[in-house]
Design a protein around this ligand. Sequence first.
Ligand code: GLV
Ligand code: MG
Length: 337
Amino acid sequence: MTVKPPKKFFEPLAIGAPAPYREVPVTLERMIHFFPPHVEKMRAKVPEMAKNVDVLLGNLEDAIPADAKEAARAGFVEVAKNADLGGCSLWTRVNCLNSPWFLDDVTEIVAAAGDKVDVIMLPKVEGPWDIHYLDQLLAQLEARHNVKRPIMIHAILETALGVENVAAIAQASPRMHGMSLGPADLAASRGMKTTRVGGGHPFYGVLQDAQGEAPRTLFQQDLWHYTVAKMVDACQSAGIKAFYGPFGDFSDSAACEAQFRNAFLLGCAGAWSLHPSQIDIAKAVFSPDVNEVLFAKKILDAMPDGTGAVMIDGKMQDDATWKQAKVIVDLAKRVAA
Ligand code: GLV
Ligand code: MG
């Protein structure tokens, strides 16, 4: 496919103009909190949950048993029509395109509650063609049901072919909201030898050099580093957001935090929370560190026009670090708002 250059690429910069900086979309989406909409008890908790999370997602796909798919869809429609979620966004994860449920998921949800749904998460996306199809379908349904604002699309990156096509997927439509890593499906699709949902693996590491007879340590590496970095580049260059997906071991909050933090440092905006204990982890990790914010503010204050070079606490700052600082300070402002 033809890759379009970013809009601002050829714009001349006036002398003294602030350094160019790509604004990320303003909504805070540190955690996408999943709930199973066929479970009445969980539907009843929605108004409370919405006070504590940035995004609530009614899951219709994996983890919902085949015989509960229709109940989950109906439960989600009920939530979307009735719940007052305040500032919390409402998303749904529909079943995959070639499943027996996808078409009814999208048509029934848009018909009944199209104005209440912010984002449709589409699993197992393999190329831009999948996004084009959903894009057209949404356009048809929005026209038919007089939906006032476009429903956005969020792709899950969870097949080897999807990873091959990640840049084209990110650029496939102005409806693209962002993309999440799906480490479980992706591991299976790639033939990786792990049964874990995200996180590291004790055998995926680099062995320390031998030093005589001393015991050697295997330093664990991040299994998802390559994919997250590739996804972040694809998303940021298309002006959309990247997210880490699920972390399946609810008993290991330290490992969850470490995985989320790697994703945050690499550029992700948030992660999924599948268990209430992961909400606070995501909130803490995807909000910038106070000391980092204070230092970033010093940089912005020291370089009001974003140009030149200064030393702060023995560290060199210039136009590039001004932009790094702006990323952190802008995020801190959104967290504080
Ligand atoms: C999420 O859907 C995953 O497969 O990890
Ligand atoms: Mg999956």
